[in-house]
Write a protein that binds this ligand. Structure first.
Ligand code: AP5
Length: 206
């Protein structure tokens, strides 16, 4: 089964994808996580991607498509989190899957307003040792866990990321709606409730 998690920055895609991967055996492919790791390790990809990420812009399609071809697992159930983010990426994914006799089964759209995005991203904290994502209010880190804030969670970069989402990524809503595989989630709901909704779709198709 192939899933795509689509939605604005901070909508909660990663939170749900990580849990689904842990509990239901999906391979979680987050282009954001892979790119941040590449930046930290100062690989060729990381050096090329850093300036775009710092500005809140998208990394060029050709780099992302090559990356996905490289990390695509040979077997198993997959969640693409934060990919595709442009129509060109979506078309490349369809082609890649077609060559393997596969297709995207469901696209979950995490639908939230800009105000929710701003609140979630400004309160997000990460444990750099484990990568666990917390929120100061909605999912606070346990006492004693040292957390950091992501560089691109600063107010001016959040604003840019929202603009980029609207312009370059939101057209994918129509792209997947036309294929009849888009499942819209009211992502303002609590983490637990959303998780149950995702499971409902996977188990019963609605
Ligand atoms: P990426 O890392 O993918 O960032 P994003 O899409 O902006 O998504 P986020 O990770 O910010 O948010 P999320 O939806 O996963 O939310 P989370 O679960 O953490 O990309 C970063 C950059 O990399 C991009 O700007 C771009 O430069 C580049 N990039 C990546 N992929 C690319 C691609 N395909 N093409 C080109 N460039 C690419 O939740 C957010 C917070 O809210 C957390 O604190 C969490 O605890 C809390 N929370 C989650 N759910 C809930 C809930 N239901 N209720 C209350 N709080 C909640």
């Amino acid at each position: 089964m192939i899933l795509v998690f689509l939605g604005p920055p901070g909508a909660g895609k990663g939170t749900q994808a990580k849990r689904l991967a842990e509990e239901k055996g999906f391979v979680h492919i987050s282009t954001g996580d892979i790119l941040r790791d590449a930046v930290q390790r100062e690989t060729d990809l990381g050096k090329k991607a850093k300036e775009y990420m710092d500005r809140g812009e998208l990394v060029p399609d050709e780099l992302i498509i090559a990356l996905i071809e490289e990390v695509f697992p040979k077997h198993g159930k997959v969640i693409f989190d934060g990919f595709p983010r442009t129509v060109a990426q979506a078309e490349a994914l369809d082609k890649m899957l077609e060559n393997k006799g596969l297709k995207v089964d469901y696209v979950f759209l995490f639908d939230v307003s800009d105000n929710v995005v701003i609140e979630r991203l400004s309160g997000r904290r990460i444990d750099p040792k484990t990568g666990t994502v917390y929120h100061v209010k909605y999912n606070p880190p346990p006492p004693g866990v040292k957390v950091i804030q992501r560089e691109d969670d600063k107010p001016e970069v959040i604003k840019k990321r929202l603009e980029v989402y609207r312009k370059q990524t939101a057209p994918l809503i129509e792209y997947y709606e036309k294929k009849g595989i888009l499942k819209k989630l009211d992502a303002v709901k609590p983490i637990e409730e959303l998780y149950k909704e995702v499971l409902g779709v996977l188990e019963n198709g609605n």
